[in-house]
Design a protein around this ligand. Structure first.
Ligand code: IMP
Length: 252
């Protein structure tokens, strides 16, 4: 277990994540509300990603979590007023997650968080690992066949590569490493996975990236066919994020 954040102690109450401005109500209706407001500990989580599909999922995951004693605002780096695009040249997902979070943390140094707010910079580095391709596209998932290449073309190409690969050897997983840089600059990182197989066709409109050919045998569907809520419940990103928040004492 990690040491505790410099963050204030946990306080009782029922608070959740917000993904908007996180402003507390200006005129509390009554004394109970006023009291609750003063009990809340404010956290700002800034997510170091420019990927819109990811930030949508991350906000949904965090909005669905409840956190006693903490009012948590989630912002993309853009919403926080910074943009970083560091070279993701780390050896693994963990390295890359921390490279991104560190870059945004450094940019934000000149814009300190409000005094009553604990700011944590987080990022995820994720990708698709296909066993029959020796782990490719792996850490290169975003740039596989070129950053701007349509995902349908990428998936069709991979389906061609796998056309003679039998069912039991089509195993694959999405991996997400979630990194966090705490207010004192210390790093944390962990990973989780979502196991599945590469299907034989492309199906589904939900999710993003490689979801439409990522087959989940337990559902008989791809991760682009299950609902967004279900995907967030079982996904590499959802599990890693919730575990990170738990480790930081921000989720019970
Ligand atoms: P990153 O922004 O470097 O972490 O890129 C991760 C890439 O992996 C994404 O751009 C997608 O191509 C792929 N990826 C990661 N997670 C998912 C997912 O949940 N569904 C589909 N593709 C994903």
């Amino acid at each position: 277990m990690w040491g505790s954040l410099q963050a204030p102690d946990k306080a009782p109450g029922t608070y959740g994540f917000t993904s908007g401005t996180g402003q507390a109500p200006q005129n509390p209706q009554n004394s109970t509300e006023k009291k609750m407001q003063t009990m809340k500990k404010k956290y700002q989580i800034i997510f170091a990603t420019g990927n819109r599909g990811k930030i949508r999922e991350i906000k949904a995951i965090l909005a669905g979590s409840s956190t006693p004693g903490a009012e948590i605002e989630v912002l993309s780096m853009k919403e926080a007023g910074v943009e970083a695009d560091p070279d993701e040249n780390g050896a693994d997902f963990e390295d890359n997650a921390l490279i991104k979070a560190q870059a945004v943390y450094d940019l934000l140094r000149s814009r300190p968080a409000p005094e009553d707010t604990v700011r944590i910079v987080m990022s995820d580095d994720s990708g698709l690992v296909i066993d029959a391709l020796g782990g490719a596209p792996g850490v290169h998932s975003a740039r596989y066949m070129g950053y701007d290449t349509d995902y349908r073309l990428r998936m069709e190409h991979i389906l061609d590569l796998l056309q003679d690969v039998p069912e039991e050897k089509r195993t694959a997983r999405f991996v997400a490493a979630v990194g966090a840089i705490l207010p004192d600059g210390s790093p944390r990182v962990l990973r989780d996975t979502m196991e599945g197989r590469i299907g034989h066709s492309i199906a589904g409109e939900n999710g993003f990236g490689y979801d439409p050919f990522f087959y989940l045998p337990q559902y008989g569907m791809t991760s682009a066919e299950i609902s967004p809520e279900e995907k967030n419940r079982i996904s590499h990103r959802g599990k890693a994020l919730r575990r990170m928040l738990r480790e930081l004492g921000l989720l019970t």
